[in-house]
Design a binder for this molecule. Structure first.
Ligand SMILES: [Zn+2]
Length: 515
């Protein structure tokens, strides 16, 4: 059985999804969960793109030791140097350096001849290999490159010290048959190919990212690049969970395995969905809410008699637990802490205390506390508190079918002062948002507003996701509360706080890259 390395790029390529802006704390939480999932390589960001990216890649490299950490870099001397500064403390420093190799990219984007591109790639790989034990080199837009040229440049960069060769389908254009041909061609025409691992990286513009990844694996790729829930620019990247489960369920066919702990898949998916605000469609393979729901009577009957009649994947395999009650009103601190640790909590005592208070409060209002509830509270306490320039203190809403909705809000300002404001609107949420806009004293444009429940049942926690335009940039925010209006207020304030944080820490990326 061949071992396939899983290279997760949720924090780099995935983070480039429109409307996604993860902060430092959120990236760290996701990286820790990816380590628990057993990902071999985590692409933590693009360190030379901004101070914020540099800081988060460095922190992940210092914290996560169970996975190899990498960062993207263009083939520029100063960028490779900056990437080394960010990654030198990681368990196995690894750089991901790239240059475009397709005729259209070389001519119009790089304005370089093929010879100049080879020269540039070799120089970059040599510089990187002098410091990094692992050097991944990517041929951007490989799937639209000329195959003999690809073979030539790959041979030269391997001689220069590259240990992984990635052949991305940057624009999501290739097909399973063609990508198979490309990997086979490279394996057969690059004489020193045994000195490097071949890697595949696919985009889903034609809905073939996962199929292309699997075809590349069948034709020689020993590393697969993907993102949790398939998030990423445009139509996204190949989805980690679909590739992992396909390799597992169809072991007979692919004869390949990964190091992933599959039962961590559902939790990883939920965490990434919550923190990015990108909802997982119910019909999504492996992690969608309906992925294991058998509706048809004939199917249900079959599954009751023998699961294997219609069920090829068990929910347990990927960590989908039936929504069972785990704690109740009278559960003590000790049982509570044990349960959180089981869910992957590794925060401070202060965060533990904060989550415990929120749990007791919820237990007063909701009969059964499930794992989903605890996970929502825990996420709120560990990453929600990282940004609090404005803080909601009290909220009161007056609504009736015959009167004008009015909101009264007390808020703590960034300078520590407390203010009270009141405002009206044509609905309760609008009244809240009009009032908050007055507190912040700057126009805020609401671009998107979504609400969902954490669990089933009318006593569920409410989760609100918003996208706003504030201070010249677009920012997303989320809020969790027992009441939908409070969750709505929190999400709005969270979006504003995140904009302020990004400006303060210069996390604004000047130069997003596509590979
Ligand atoms: Zn990509």
């Amino acid at each position: 059985m061949r071992k396939i390395n899983v290279f997760d790029t949720t924090l780099r390529d995935g983070e480039q999804s429109a409307g996604v802006n993860l902060n430092f704390q959120e990236k760290l939480e996701i990286a820790k969960q990816l380590e628990r999932l057993g990902v071999d390589i985590i692409e933590a960001g693009f360190p030379a793109s901004s101070q914020g990216d540099f800081a988060s890649v460095k922190a992940i490299a210092q914290t996560v030791k169970g996975s190899s950490i990498t960062g993207l870099s263009r083939s520029l001397e100063r960028e490779i140097e900056t990437t080394w500064e960010a990654l030198k403390e990681s368990a196995e420093p690894r750089i991901h350096v790239f240059i475009a190799t397709s005729p259209i990219h070389m001519e119009y984007k790089l304005r370089m001849t093929p010879d100049q591109v080879v020269e540039n790639a070799v120089a970059a790989v040599k510089q990187a290999a002098a410091k990094f034990p692992q050097v991944q080199w990517s041929a951007e837009d490989a799937s639209r490159s000329d195959l003999p040229f690809l073979a030539r440049i790959i041979r030269e960069v391997i001689d220069a010290g590259a240990t992984v060769i990635n052949l991305p389908d940057t624009v999501g254009y290739t097909t399973p048959y063609e990508i198979g041909q490309m990997f086979r061609y490279v394996s057969e025409h690059v004489p020193n190919i045994d000195k490097a691992i071949l890697s595949t990286h696919n985009h889903d513009d034609l809905g073939m990212a996962v199929a292309n990844s699997l075809a590349a694996i069948q034709n020689g790729a020993g590393q697969v690049e993907c993102t949790v829930n398939g998030i990423g620019e445009r139509a996204g990247n190949a989805s980690l969970e679909e590739i992992a489960v396909a390799l597992n369920i169809r072991q007979d066919h692919y004869q390949a395995k990964t190091n992933l702990t599959l039962k961590e898949i559902k939790r990883t998916s939920t965490l990434v969905s919550k923190l990015t605000g990108m909802v997982v469609p119910s019909n999504k393979a492996v992690v969608g809410a309906n992925a294991f729901a058998h509706e048809s009577g004939i199917h249900q009957d079959g599954v009751l008699k023998n699961k294997e009649t219609y069920e090829i994947i068990t929910p347990e395999l990927v960590g989908v637990s039936s929504n069972r009650m785990v704690l109740g009103k009278h559960s003590g601190r000790h049982a509570f802490k044990d349960k959180l640790v089981e869910l992957g909590f590794n925060g401070s005592d202060e965060q533990l205390q904060k989550t415990f208070v929120a749990f007791k409060d919820l237990a007063d209002k909701k009969k059964d506390i499930t794992e989903e509830d605890l996970f929502a509270l825990m996420t709120e306490a560990t990453v929600g508190s990282a940004v609090s320039h404005y803080e909601l203190e009290t909220l009161q809403v007056n609504y009736g079918t015959t009167n004008i909705p009015t909101a009264t809000i007390t808020m703590k300002l960034p300078n520590g002062e407390t203010v009270q404001e009141a405002g009206t609107g044509s609905g309760s949420v609008e009244a809240i948002y009009n009032t908050l806009e007055r507190v912040v004293d700057e126009p805020i444009l609401l671009m998107d507003y979504r609400i969902q429940s954490t669990t089933a049942g009318r006593d569920s926690l409410a989760e609100v996701y918003v996208t706003v335009q504030y201070d010249g940039t677009e920012s997303s925010g989320r809020g969790t509360a027992h009441d939908v209006l409070e969750a709505s207020a929190k999400a709005y304030i969270n979006a504003v706080n995140r904009t302020i944080s990004r400006k303060l820490f210069n996390e604004q990326r000047t130069n997003p890259l596509k590979v």
